[in-house]
Design a protein around this ligand. Structure first.
Ligand SMILES: NC(=O)c1ccc[n+]([C@@H]2O[C@H](COP(=O)([O-])OP(=O)(O)OC[C@H]3O[C@@H](n4cnc5c(N)ncnc54)[C@H](OP(=O)(O)O)[C@@H]3O)[C@@H](O)[C@H]2O)c1
Length: 347
């Protein structure tokens, strides 16, 4: 059995920390592990499978002898170091948006398009967190009913913006509880670290994730639009998105409206979701059972409920889709890609 020498880039981050936890229980046969971050974190120690590991500073030589590198340290780091890792013999699974729309790079949700992995040239992109969970919910409906249109509104957790954004929300919440006036709350990161203005997220809802781009849509919204078409390999699907950050720590929720080619009853749609890989049906309004962000935390699955037919459009269906953005939306999907590649003998 071929042993995997694994490197995690961004090992101290919100995603990287989850990757380490998942790797501890992974089915991959591990040889060595290497945890990489910036100079700031070099020398810090952590425990992995009962042994002490030291965080190392990321440098090109970090990838010597590495077969698999899982990147989540920002697009700029991936742009610079992912090709370096490939040059030194590693397969890279990248969590950032940097390579996602590159036609040479497969963009993969293992439940949906694992065959795309066969075309890889060293780098595989992990889709955007909001896109991944929507794909898990919609693929079984697309397969059975055909998919013509998607209109999605997201309610995204702050952990999707990284560790510092989580700390900012905690501090603002504390300020609120101490009756500090809102204009004295610190807001330096959200809605988007790279943009001009910052607003508090505590007790708020911010209809901006990432910076604004063409047509009045944000990049996060364009990611959902473009990545859906690429993963489903169908440019004819009409997709529109509104992405909103809410003061939830982890677990992205989505209100998804779709129009299908064929009609189906609610029990038929529920049965399709119940049988779908990676999806869990939580849909019993009579018992107030529906997916909730809090309940999704720490779980790998995508939860689907509130399934309803549109009152006016015969082929219109509404769904509520929830998943842990740090797991299925990031760390788990990446590791699942690696495990799938290993099973397919691509690693
Ligand atoms: N959070 C999510 O749900 C999610 C989902 C999908 C994709 N992503 C993407 O994954 C990436 C990381 O996100 P995150 O939420 O984990 O961010 P984060 O909590 O801010 O962590 C960033 C990580 O990158 C490392 N890093 C920063 N600058 C570096 C450098 N110059 N060299 C080496 N390492 C460096 C940090 O190390 P230090 O601790 O040493 O600074 C840290 O480990 C982003 O590109 C993000 O878009 C995030």
């Amino acid at each position: 059995m071929r042993k995997m020498n694994v490197a995690i880039v961004g090992a101290t981050g919100a995603v990287g920390t989850q990757m380490i936890k998942l790797l501890e229980d992974s089915s991959l046969p591990l040889g060595s592990v290497k945890f990489l971050a910036s100079k700031r974190s070099a020398g810090k120690q952590l425990s992995f499978r009962g042994e002490t590991q030291t965080i190392e500073e990321l440098v090109p030589e970090s990838f010597d002898g590495v077969n698999l590198a899982l990147f989540s340290a920002g697009g700029g780091i991936s742009a610079k170091f992912a090709p370096e890792a490939v040059k030194r013999g590693a397969v890279v699974v990248d969590n950032t948006s940097h390579f996602r729309m590159d036609p040479e790079v497969p963009l993969v949700v293992p439940e949906v398009n694992p065959e795309a992995l066969r075309k890889h040239k060293g780098i595989i992109a992990n889709p955007n967190c909001s896109t991944i969970q929507m794909m898990v919910a919609l693929e079984p409906l697309r397969q059975a009913l055909g998919l013509k249109r998607v209109i999605v509104s997201t309610y995204q957790a702050v952990s999707g913006a990284g560790n510092q954004a989580m700390e900012e929300l905690k501090q603002q919440t504390q300020d609120f509880l101490e009756d500090k006036p809102v204009d004295q709350w610190q807001a330096n990161i959200l809605p988007c670290g790279g943009d001009k203005k910052h607003y508090p997220l505590a007790f708020n809802a911010l209809p901006q994730i990432d910076v604004f781009a063409e047509g009045g849509y944000t990049y996060e919204e364009w990611k959902m639009i473009n990545e859906t078409k690429k993963i489903m390999e169908d440019d004819t699907i009409k997709v529109s998105a509104t992405c909103v950050r809410i003061p939830v720590m982890s677990g992205h929720s989505e209100s998804v409206y779709i129009e299908t080619e064929k009609t189906a009853t609610v029990p038929e749609i529920q049965a399709l979701i119940a049988e779908a890989p990676g999806a869990v049906l939580e849909d019993d309004p009579s018992q107030q059972i529906y997916p909730q962000a809090l309940n999704s935390v720490g779980k790998k699955e995508t939860f689907v409920g509130r399934i309803r037919k549109d009152p006016d459009e015969e082929k219109g269906i509404h769904l509520w889709v929830v998943s842990d953005n740090l797991l299925k939306g990031a760390a788990w999907n990446s590791l699942q890609i690696a495990e799938t590649m290993y099973e397919m003998e691509l690693l």
